[in-house]
Design a protein around this ligand. Structure first.
Ligand code: HEC
Ligand code: HEC
Ligand code: HEC
Length: 303
């Protein structure tokens, strides 16, 4: 071995040692507060008129604070599907189209005497969902025919987002910190818990994502949102993609699950959601049974 290759070897060994040290440091930084397997488990949801409080345990977790995002969606029916009870406008970046999209609330929750709990609130006041879907940001507006198109979407949100004591609501608790986890629970508008197996739209379709996406994980959203059920709370008929929409009647690009998931897996040249380009995803769309177990539904809206 000559001098240069010894030097190279030394460099490689140093580099590897550094990598191992950095990884170990990261691991111990997580372990110091809580384990990498930390996760939330919803234990109880109470509804006080229209105010909703969710209690949850943090498993494998030692810290008193946890950074989370909360979502709540209402099941309407087969034709409409889920609608988010938190609504907002969205301009993805300067020059993109202002659209409507489902929202969430991002909060750091501190453990109290009775454990972790959160009441949906905005600007320090509890949200009263009995008044219907809540807007965390302003509603978009437009002129003429375009204005009429927007107003129709807004009135559909108002109509379907009306509070209904008998309806079933899905609550989502998702990590906004190092660990990646999602917990969901179902309740009626009166606070009666519904077991996940009895909740609506637990389509067998969904169970099958995990056969290719191990553990129900997806790269989208920095791999934060882990439960395919949760995707439907936002990716429904009332969420549009600001980047790929145009400001004209019928110009908004829908990112409901059917459209988005079909299109991603069809390997369509130029198909984008936000800025992510899915042109090179393998085309598996003809393999209906990969996602649809049992009877494959007949398409009514195309892909
Ligand atoms: C037969 C295998 C297969 C099945 C079943 C499948 N996918 Fe995929 N999916 C892929 C492949 C391959 C890619 C492209 C490679 C990648 O990005 O992981 C992909 C990419 C994606 C992406 C974009 C990349 C990412 O991870 O965010 C999303 C989102 C996605 N799939 C969601 C779903 C959902 C939801 C289901 C269930 C309804 C599903 N997939 C079922 C194979 C599959
Ligand atoms: C809180 C609402 C919300 C939830 C929950 C959610 N999404 Fe999204 N997602 C959006 C919106 C809105 C966009 C469009 C971009 C934007 O406006 O931020 C988007 C964009 C995407 C994209 C485009 C690429 C990217 O990363 O921007 C993919 C793929 C995606 N979502 C998949 C999923 C999957 C799979 C799930 C469930 C595991 C999920 N989403 C859960 C709201 C949500
Ligand atoms: C990569 C996964 C995937 C593949 C492959 C796939 N689908 Fe889907 N499909 C979905 C998802 C996710 C939805 C939305 C389900 C929902 O809204 O509950 C959906 C919804 C549908 C719907 C709307 C009715 C319903 O049950 O929600 C029809 C119809 C449909 N698919 C037909 C097909 C056909 C036909 C094929 C094959 C040519 C196919 N799909 C392939 C994931 C897939």
């Amino acid at each position: 071995m000559n001098i240069t290759s010894k030097k190279k070897l030394f460099l490689i060994v140093t580099l590897l040692t550094t990598i191992v040290a950095v990884v170990a440091l990261n691991m111990s930084a997580i372990a110091a507060n809580h384990s990498a397997k930390a996760k939330a488990e919803i234990t109880n949801v109470t509804v006080n008129n229209g105010e909703i409080t969710v209690r949850f345990d943090m498993l494998n977790y030692k810290a008193n604070k946890v950074s989370l995002e909360f979502t709540i969606a209402k099941w309407v029916n087969d034709q409409i599907g889920w609608i988010n009870m938190l609504q907002r406008n969205r301009i993805y970046e300067e020059g993109a189209t202002e659209v409507v999209r489902a929202g969430n609330l991002r909060v750091e929750v501190t453990k109290g005497k009775d454990g972790f709990s959160y009441t949906f609130k905005h600007k320090d006041a509890a949200i009263d969902f009995s008044k219907g879907a809540y807007w965390t940001h302003k509603k978009p507006a437009g002129e003429g025919e375009y204005g009429a198109y927007i107003n129709h979407i807004l009135s559909e949100i108002e109509r379907h987002g009306k509070w209904d004591a008998d309806a079933i609501y899905r609550i989502g608790v998702t990590s906004r910190q190092d660990e990646r986890f999602t917990a969901v629970a179902y309740t009626t508008g009166t606070g009666t818990a519904i077991a996940a197996d009895n909740a609506p739209n637990q389509s067998i379709t969904l169970a099958s994502c995990a056969s290719c996406h191990a553990g129900g994980t997806f790269k989208a959203h920095s791999n934060r949102r882990h439960d395919p059920q949760l995707c439907f709370s936002c990716h429904n008929n009332f969420t549009y993609d600001s980047m790929n929409s145009v400001a004209e009647a019928d110009g908004w690009a829908s990112v409901d699950m059917q459209t988005m998931i079909h299109s991603i897996h069809a390997g369509i040249d130029g198909y984008k959601v936000a800025k992510a380009d899915y042109s090179s995803t393998p085309n598996i769309i003809k393999n209906c049974a990969a996602c649809h177990k049992g009877d494959v539904p007949v398409p009514v809206r195309g892909y």
